[in-house]
Design a protein around this ligand. Structure first.
Ligand SMILES: [Zn+2]
Length: 312
């Protein structure tokens, strides 16, 4: 519920047969329901079940917002667009919902032959149904006014959506299953950017939200506490990968050591084996190591170039 009494439901898409991995959100506007995040094609049956439990027929969904185009957030967006819903997405992401070829190729590099079983079908969205949204835009849908806040870090084309005093934060506040104290870092290559992400977190703090809804997974009211804690864990995780790079570890050893560090950190913060599995499903470990390592390599190359040109 927002300050002005708008009702929000968290829908569990039961990704991989587990609870609390991927969420979508249902907002009841004066003129109808709005869906925030679609989940992947593979969880559409669960999404439709959840909507039915709240008395919503698929035909009633005319407006769909996605925080970014990654398949766990927007894989089913094309399905909704093909049924006539408007899909609101960051302007940089919009072309990839219309033609998902590149998006699928890039996900394929991470997930390989598990693409179909994980994500199901990713349909192209008809261009006339896709609404490209820029930073600061206000989306008017079903009697609601929803603000888009550009929040790069996880991906360049990431939006947080502000509704009244609450926000749908996608992956911008990290991965935290329910109210557990550990927050994991979703850092897919090639767009993870530590500096950009820290700026996004500062921006989110200034917004003073009363509640944030994480796609992985659920609402939190202690917003700044969550953002602060995530920033510390983000800095720590990034520094650990940097040290491994400096030690010259190969990819497999980095991945193993990082997985081990994360497991121990999660355990120390009281995350049991079942919950850890949900974290892993939401955020494959090797992916984050690759993403963070790529960021540091790129940055080191850039700094090297700058100092060379300063010296000349
Ligand atoms: Zn995600």
């Amino acid at each position: 519920m927002t300050a002005s009494g708008m009702r929000i439901e968290t829908l569990d898409l039961e990704f991989g047969g587990l609870a609390e991995v991927i969420a979508a959100f249902l907002v009841f506007g004066q003129e109808g329901p709005v869906l925030v995040e679609t989940g992947p094609g593979s969880t559409l049956p669960h999404l439709l079940d959840r909507l039915a439990e709240h008395g919503v027929e698929p035909e009633e969904i005319r407006h769909v917002l996605v925080t970014h185009i990654h398949l766990d957030h927007a894989g089913a967006a094309g399905w909704w667009a093909q049924r006539g819903a408007h899909v609101y997405v960051h302007e940089v992401g919009a072309p990839h919902l219309i033609d998902p070829t590149k998006l699928l190729a890039s996900a394929g590099r991470i997930y390989g032959d598990r693409m179909d079983s994980l994500w199901g079908e990713t349909l192209p969205a008809p261009a006339e149904r896709v609404v490209a949204v820029e930073d600061g835009a206000v989306i008017e849908a079903a009697g609601l006014r929803i603000g888009a806040i550009s929040t790069p870090g996880h991906a360049w084309h990431h939006h947080v959506f502000r509704l009244d005093d609450v926000a749908f934060v996608g992956d911008a506040a990290g991965i935290r299953i329910g109210d557990r104290t550990w927050i994991d870092i979703p850092a897919p290559p090639p767009e993870f950017d530590l500096e950009a992400w820290k700026e996004s977190l500062s921006r989110l703090r200034r917004e003073s939200f009363s509640t944030i809804y994480r796609t992985h997974f659920g609402p939190t009211t202690a917003v700044n506490e969550q953002l602060d804690r995530f920033e510390r864990l983000l800095d720590e995780g990034a520094a650990e990968v940097r040290e491994m790079l400096e030690e010259g570890l190969d990819r497999a050893s980095m991945s193993d050591r990082f997985a081990d560090l994360m497991r121990r950190r999660a355990e120390a913060l009281g995350v049991d084996a079942g919950a850890f599995r949900a974290y892993e499903l939401a955020n494959p470990r090797t992916m984050s190591v690759d993403g963070i390592a790529r960021y540091w390599r790129k940055r080191t190359a850039k700094v090297g170039e700058e100092s060379r040109s300063e010296g000349s």
